[in-house]
Write a protein that binds this ligand. Structure first.
Ligand code: NDP
Ligand code: OXD
Length: 309
């Protein structure tokens, strides 16, 4: 029985160390050197080549290294009947909460304006607004969205979330379904996108969405680049309809050197690092699921490929 690992080289060692401690009896092999394909029962992967997972006839589960599974769901040749498990682990959640809270506070406290003023050596005070008057809306009130909502709520922001089904998160207003999207957007001064990328959510951040937000709203885009219609976002930034944006994910990654986002004065840009799966904490989540499977139970956080997340 082998656990096969496809990760970047830099982070490979930390996964090996973590599994050596937690699962000392299980051989863990790298993607480039899988050994006997019939022995591979578990695969922990990020962005495998199309059809490649079919090489392993005895797979019992495919674990995504990330929370998003769009790197797998596009593969029309996945092995049939093998559960795909998305990553839910405390380190990934904590990292996203840090990033989203930091970004919301950045926009809330006018830091884009102060950065420009600093560059211009200009001393000018902008009147502070209490958090109670800055409404935050989170598209996607799942594992990550709900955790961010709770922390933002604790800062005193009025927080709402939008999801497919109604949610109960204390102190957070729940909107759901396409029928409630407009009302949700109209009440979002800071909009955070934490949706998965699916056929339904691709392009959801478009000209119509931006026009529905209050004028000058901020966008924090941390789901997937293809949620955003990039030309529409640029137009909304240029017109002031979107007052500022934190962009962590893009259609094309790495972001091409000639992208206008690099130098846009109303954009803060990071290279898809809002949160990272940390082997130190995530290996336990994988091991817990392997133990469940070995005990004849279904793994937790299995993806519904029909819905795409
Ligand atoms: P979850 O599956 O826990 O949550 C997804 C949420 O989106 C759910 O609330 C779901 O609704 C909602 N949703 C999905 N489709 C629709 C739809 N069509 N209409 C309305 N709501 C919808 O995912 P996570 O919170 O774990 O992760 C979210 C995403 O964050 C990942 O898929 C990934 O793309 C991104 N991510 C980005 C990272 C980065 O570094 N930039 C790091 C980690 C994740 P319901 O609850 O009703 O099903
Ligand atoms: C993820 C990511 O999906 O890092 O976890 O983007």
């Amino acid at each position: 029985m082998t656990l096969l690992l496809k990760t970047d080289i830099e982070r490979g060692d930390s996964w090996h160390r973590a599994f050596a401690e937690l699962l000392p009896d299980m051989p863990v092999r790298n993607w480039a050197d899988p050994g006997d394909p019939a022995a591979v029962e578990y695969a922990l992967v990020w962005n495998p080549e199309r059809s490649a997972l079919r090489r392993f006839p005895n797979l019992k589960a495919i674990f995504s290294i990330g929370a998003g599974i769009d790197h797998l769901s596009g593969d029309k040749d996945l092995p049939q009947g093998v559960p795909i498990v998305r990553m839910v682990e405390p380190g990934l959640t904590a990292g996203m909460v840090e990033f989203v809270v930091m970004s919301a506070l950045y926009h809330h406290r006018f830091m884009l304006d102060y950065a420009r003023q600093q560059a211009e050596r200009r001393w000018h005070e902008i009147e502070q607004i209490p958090t109670a008057r800055r409404r935050v809306g989170i598209l996607g009130l799942g594992v990550l969205g709900a955790a961010c909502a709770e922390r933002l709520r604790d800062f005193g922001f009025p927080v709402s979330g939008w999801s497919r089904s109604p949610k109960e998160v204390a102190g957070v207003k729940s909107f759901h379904g396409s029928g409630q999207l407009t009302e949700f957007l109209q009440g979002s001064d800071i909009l955070v996108c934490l949706l998965p990328l699916t056929g339904e959510t691709e392009g959801i951040l478009n000209a119509k969405t931006f026009a529905t937000l209050p004028r000058g709203a901020a966008l924090i885009s941390v789901g997937r680049g293809r949620h955003v219609v990039e030309a529409d976002l640029l137009a909304a930034l240029d017109s002031g309809q979107i007052g500022g944006a934190t962009l962590d994910v893009f259609h094309k990654e790495p972001l091409p050197a000639d992208s206008p986002f690099w130098s846009h004065p109303r954009v803060v840009l990071t290279p898809h690092v809002a949160s990272m799966t940390i082997a130190e904490t995530a290996a336990q989540a994988v091991v817990d699921n392997i133990r469940r499977i070995q005990a004849g139970k279904a793994p937790l956080h299995v993806v519904d490929l029909e819905q795409g997340y």
